[in-house]
Design a protein around this ligand. Structure first.
Ligand code: NDP
Length: 328
């Protein structure tokens, strides 16, 4: 079997040399453990932060130790009463082809309800992030204008659709013509901006003639700056991520104090992990919307364990529409 370890701490953008493949021998199962075979590996932007040796909300990855992230796997051996062979589970596991873990470290998923990959996307971490960040902090009202950046990504695509369900007017910002078409034609966004080909300020003026009531921030930098110049009074800004700065050492802003004062706006960072007590509520609601067709989801799937580093790097190139996953 194989695993992927952090070979070096990247300065700036990670490369293939950030990662190293190793052959592993798995331990025999102790009591209350399972041997699982990896089916899907989730690659996520926050993992870039864990590659730095810096204090943050999650521990840095150790050098020369396996990288861990969201994984969907199948149980192939069990000494636990909780799980049997053939069960599908999700958890924070090593980037490995197989793993031995405590049964309590994973959660069983119902493979009859939805494709199991959705436990890493729309019905998992990224869907929950969209749900809580938008509804709890953004609180969009019918007729308001909601702007979302990285709009065609895992979180952004769900944010925009939930905002539509709540009756808002939705403007999505994304980085390619295909994504723009997807947002407009498949997901029904009201307006779309290609930040790579359009001048962002002009494009916001064109698409948000009545100003901006909610900005779901995924990228930061110049896009965040331009949106914050166009806030309506009492705007809300869930600060979910700032991917444009994850590989930079410099602080890219936005610079916000006077903008927040002028608009009496509220900007609030959040972590999906803080909503653990309400995951069931979110999973049920997201599941309902998916099954009644109100909520669509896309996955970009790289095939094969050897593709994991390239898939991760692809997040910074915008190579994904919807959730980026690797299928083993
Ligand atoms: P996505 O599926 O959105 O993938 C990342 C996307 O970001 C890319 O597809 C790309 O799309 C866009 N992007 C990359 N670099 C830049 C750049 N320099 N400027 C503008 N856009 C860029 O990832 P997720 O949905 O998983 O995550 C989205 C954001 O949410 C991230 O910032 C992430 O850290 C954050 N997050 C926060 C959580 C929380 O609890 N607070 C939980 C989960 C995610 P494009 O082609 O449009 O450029």
């Amino acid at each position: 079997e194989q695993q992927i370890v952090l070979a070096s701490r990247p300065e700036g953008r990670p490369t293939r040399d950030t990662f190293r493949y190793e052959t592993i021998e798995l331990d025999a199962l102790k009591a209350d453990q399972v041997l699982v075979e990896t089916l899907y590996i989730s690659v996520d932007p926050y993992m870039r932060g864990r590659m730095n040796d810096a204090r943050s909300y999650s521990q840095p990855f150790d050098l020369d130790a396996p990288i861990q992230g969201g994984v969907v796997a199948r149980v192939v051996e069990s000494t636990s009463d909780l799980l049997t062979v053939g069960d599908t589970v999700v958890g924070m596991l090593d980037w490995a082809t197989k793993s031995v873990v405590d049964a309590k470290q994973v959660r069983k998923i119902d493979a009859t309800l939805a494709p199991v990959s959705t436990a890493l996307g729309v019905l998992g971490m990224t869907g929950m992030t969209a749900y809580f960040g938008l509804l709890d902090i953004g609180n969009p009202q019918s007729g308001e204008t909601v702007v979302v950046s990285a709009a065609a990504g895992a979180v952004g695509s769900i944010v925009g659709q939930i905002a539509k369900i709540k009756g808002a007017r939705v403007v999505g910002i994304a980085g390619s013509a295909e994504k723009i078409q997807y947002l407009k034609e498949e997901l029904g966004f009201d307006e779309v901006i290609n930040y790579k080909t359009e001048q962002i300020g002009e494009a916001l003026d064109r698409t948000c003639p009545d100003g901006i009531d909610v900005y779901f921030e995924n990228v930061g930098g110049a896009i965040g700056d331009a949106v914050l110049d166009r806030l309506n009074p009492f705007a809300r800004i869930p600060v979910c991520g700032a991917i444009s700065g994850y590989n930079e050492q410099a602080d890219l802003g936005p610079r916000v104090q006077s903008k927040l004062i002028i608009a009496r706006a509220r900007m609030q960072g959040f972590l999906v992990g803080d909503y653990g007590k309400r995951f069931k509520e979110a999973a049920e609601q997201l599941g309902k919307w998916v099954s009644n067709g109100e909520l669509k989801y896309e996955e970009t799937i790289f095939e094969g364990f050897e593709q994991v580093p390239d898939a991760f790097l692809g997040l910074f190139d915008g190579s994904n529409t919807g959730k980026l996953l690797v299928k083993l």
